[in-house]
Design a protein. Structure first.
Length: 160
C-alpha cells in the first residue's frame, strides 16, 4: 500500500489566502492525506485542509479554540508504519531530541516549531519538519513536505 502524505507546519495565517490556495492546488491536491504540525493560527485553515483526510495537532501560537479541537500530539498508523505528530515547544537548539523523547515505536516523527526544514534519520526514525509554509523563515525560504510510505519511507522538502 502506497500512501502520499502532504505535510505542513507553522502556516501562521489568519485566513485562507490566495497564495495558500495556490500551495494546496499545486502540491496537496493529489496527496492521500494531509498532516499539519501546528501553529495554524486560524481555525479557517483547519476547515480548509479538511477537504481531504486530515490530521493535525495544535501549536504554541494557536488559539484556545484550536487547542480544544486538536491534541498536543498523536500517533497515526498508515499500513505498517506509525507516524508521530507533534508541534514541539521550547528552545529550538535541542528540539529534535525533545520530540524524539515524546514517542516510542514510531517510524516517523513529524514536527514543527523551529520553522527550519528537517528530513533526516535518527536511530531508525525519520525526523521530518516541513519548515514554515507561511511564517518567518530562518532558512530564507518557505517550504512544505511530502512523505511517501510504501516499501520504504521517503521524505521530501519542497521549497515554495
Amino acid at each position: 500500500m502506497k500512501v502520499k502524505i502532504g505535510v505542513l507546519s507553522d502556516t501562521h495565517l489568519h485566513s485562507v489566502t490566495g497564495a495558500f490556495k495556490g500551495i494546496y492546488d499545486q502540491w496537496l491536491a493529489e496527496v492521500d492525506v494531509i498532516l499539519h504540525a501546528g501553529d495554524f493560527v486560524s481555525e479557517e485553515i483547519v476547515a480548509f485542509l479538511r477537504k481531504k483526510p486530515f490530521h493535525g495537532v495544535h501549536g504554541n501560537t494557536d488559539s484556545a479554540g484550536l487547542k480544544r479541537q486538536l491534541p498536543e500530539k498523536r500517533v497515526l498508523e498508515f499500513g505498517l508504519y506509525r507516524v508521530g505528530l507533534i508541534h514541539g515547544t521550547g528552545p529550538k537548539g535541542d528540539l529534535e531530541e525533545r520530540v524524539l523523547a515524546e514517542f516510542q515505536n514510531v517510524d516517523v516523527i513529524v514536527f514543527g516549531h523551529s520553522h527550519r526544514p528537517e528530513n533526516r534519520q535518527e536511530g531508525g526514525v525519520l525526523l521530518f519538519n516541513p519548515g514554515t509554509a507561511g511564517g518567518y523563515t530562518p532558512s530564507g525560504f518557505n517550504s512544505i513536505g511530502i512523505i511517501t510510505l510504501d516499501d520504504t519511507i521517503r521524505g521530501e522538502i519542497i521549497r515554495l
